[in-house]
Design a protein around this ligand. Structure first.
Ligand code: HEM
Length: 349
């Protein structure tokens, strides 16, 4: 045994003390509460997406003539294909929900404030990539709704000043949906966006390690009580438990509510009702409430303000003298987000 250890130590010259130092980041006590460590959940679900996505890619064929049939093959014939496909679809839903909840936790605890502004920016890029990867994935099925959803999204992009038309042409490979479009969606969904997200998550975690997770002293803790616990094994065990519970939940939901096939895309027949996936309900309702150019410009303004929030918040606190101003704004924004999403979900048009 010791000869094996010696052989390994010579080839991988990392001492036990170095490994301990690397894995034993002190973690603040409040991370024992699940809502404070929600960031680990999208990371875990991202891994589920990569594994199930690779398995789906063995069968998926990205072209208008083959995409629908290849997904029908996965669903009806490939071994456990229906299960892998359902896991991929449900984990996508869970991941988007987890990213939104994690961002809300960061927002409402003010964890984006100095010195963590750059990590908020990286997080915003991760949010954009998560929404885009969801959108491009939804479009791959070449079903009626996904086809028309992509067509509507491309037309909306046309209304964006300056870069909109270029973005639309880049996305579709022309002025309208054509035989090159699906392979563009596929490359974005299965290569460009996952690679970008891996890089962004690595930088995000590097910054978390550099700054440590933000401190928050709970009211019930006395000043001399220990305020940290070890990442390894304590926090890792919490994360593994969350991962196992999620796996059971995902498997159960995928089995009880497996993803079905919708009708195949028909470019000549516009469906009576076009709806995107639930995470775009809010933008879709916004579009229906206002003119296209106002909706597009105001959405751009809101997204820009979200990116710059750490600085806008700083200015607002200075002007109003209220430390908790962001909490009031956050509550209004959350009510709007939930209200518009539910509104779009319950009405047909
Ligand atoms: C794929 C998406 C994401 C992953 C995997 C991820 C992962 C994580 C992890 C593991 C943490 C450590 C603390 C915790 O668990 O809460 C964290 C913290 C943080 N995240 Fe994210 N995150 C993602 C998206 C976002 C988004 C969308 C934002 C905001 C725009 C954001 C901003 C932050 C900030 C500022 C921190 C530091 C919080 C603190 O120190 O308390 N992250 N993230």
């Amino acid at each position: 045994m010791s000869r094996i250890a010696e052989w390994l130590a010579e080839r991988v010259p990392v001492s036990g003390a170095q490994l301990h130092e690397l894995t034993n980041e002190p973690v603040p006590n409040h991370l024992k509460r699940w809502w404070f460590c929600l960031g680990g959940t999208p990371a875990y679900l991202f891994v589920v997406q990569i594994i199930t996505g690779i398995l789906l890619a063995f069968y998926y064929q990205p072209s208008a003539t083959t995409a629908y049939d290849s997904i029908a093959y996965i669903t009806d014939h490939a071994s456990y294909g229906w299960f892998i496909r359902s896991m991929h679809k449900w984990a996508a839903t869970f991941m988007i929900a987890a990213v939104i909840l994690h961002q809300m936790r960061v927002y409402f605890t003010g964890a984006y404030r100095r010195p963590r502004e750059i990590n908020w920016l990286i997080g915003m890029c991760l949010l954009m990539c998560t929404l885009l990867i969801g959108f491009t994935g939804y479009s791959l099925a070449f079903e009626q709704l996904s086809y028309w959803g992509a067509t509507v999204a491309a037309n909306i992009s046309d209304a964006v000043p300056v870069a909109g038309r270029f973005a639309k042409q880049m996305l579709l490979g022309g002025d309208s949906y054509n035989e090159r479009t699906l392979s563009r969606f596929y490359i974005l969904h299965a290569a460009v966006l996952p690679a970008t997200m891996i890089l962004l998550i690595a930088i995000h975690i590097m910054f978390i390690r550099l700054h440590g997770v933000s401190e928050l002293q709970a009211e019930e803790e006395s000043d001399d009580a220990p305020r940290h616990f070890n990442f390894f094994p304590d926090h890792l065990l919490t994360e593994i438990t969350i991962g196992l519970v999620l796996m059971i939940l995902l498997s159960a939901i995928s089995t009880i509510f497996p993803v079905m096939m919708g009708p195949k895309a028909d470019p000549l027949t516009t469906p009576e009702v076009i709806k995107p996936e639930w995470w775009f309900y809010v933008s879709f309702r916004w579009l229906k409430l206002f003119s296209l150019s106002f909706a597009v410009l105001s959405t751009g303004f809101i997204v820009g303000a979200m990116f710059l929030w750490p600085w806008i918040d700083g200015a607002l606190r200075k002007i109003t003298g209220k430390e908790e101003i962001s909490v009031y704004i956050g509550i209004v924004a959350t009510l709007l987000l939930v209200g518009l999403t539910v509104w779009e979900a319950v009405v047909t048009h």
